[in-house]
Design a protein around this ligand. Sequence first.
Ligand SMILES: Nc1ncnc2c1ncn2[C@@H]1O[C@H](COP(=O)(O)OP(=O)(O)O)[C@@H](O)[C@H]1O
Ligand SMILES: [Mg+2]
Length: 247
Amino acid sequence: MIKLPSLFVTGTDTGVGKTVITALLALLYQEAGVRVGLEKPVITGVKAGEDAALAGDLALLRRVLSTGEGPVYSYAFTPAVSPHLAAARAGVTIDLARIESDHAAVRSKYDAVLVEGAGGLLAPLNDDSFMADLAARLRLPLVIVSRPSLGTINHTLLTVSCAQARSLEVAGIIINNFPARPGPAEADNPGAIEKFAGVPVLAIVPHITGLSVEEAEEGDIQRVARAVDKKFKLLERLSRWREEHVQ
Ligand SMILES: Nc1ncnc2c1ncn2[C@@H]1O[C@H](COP(=O)(O)OP(=O)(O)O)[C@@H](O)[C@H]1O
Ligand SMILES: [Mg+2]
């Protein structure tokens, strides 16, 4: 059976498509016969009275999981703001040790775990830790989800540079939401990012017309996932990455 790496899915910003890409990867992992667990350590924007396990990003992530088990979260907050602020408003300090121990429990149950961060690498979790510190603590390689449009070279290189400054491994970059008819910047950006970042662009995921995380069916994402995997050999590349980097 193919062996695939556990990953920390981060992005150059909020709203770049981390949840969609985590779902896409989970579907591909499952199709390859890999038992995959999903984790979103901190979720925000849970409405009052709403079941956190069915809220926001967790709703889509839950739908793609064939195990019938929900994605794991350690903290859930109501305001749709950065984790540090949402936690402070709730009078809570996010404890990375708690997330680490929840993660260890998930890791022991599955072949691979995909963890979706919140925001980007320097989204604060508390007064002295950022998302990047959590990725380091969980000892997970990063997949960076980037926008395709103007400005993305800068954002992606900043993210890679932050990862390198903290000795985080970067398995690769996934450019998401790529338009059917790319303009000159969009057409050039994937190559430029790969060249300047010195990190592979693992795949380019097209814009899926009408996709909304709230209503997306796993079928919509599965179709795209299969096409992307066929074109970019995404699983094969991730498997090779694992062979070369994970003991
Ligand atoms: N490939 C795509 N095609 C169309 N819409 C997308 C795509 N990727 C993301 N979106 C849309 O962009 C929004 C943000 O995506 P999401 O995965 O929730 O980002 P993040 O998790 O980084 O905040 C969602 O409404 C989603 O439907
Ligand atoms: Mg998300």
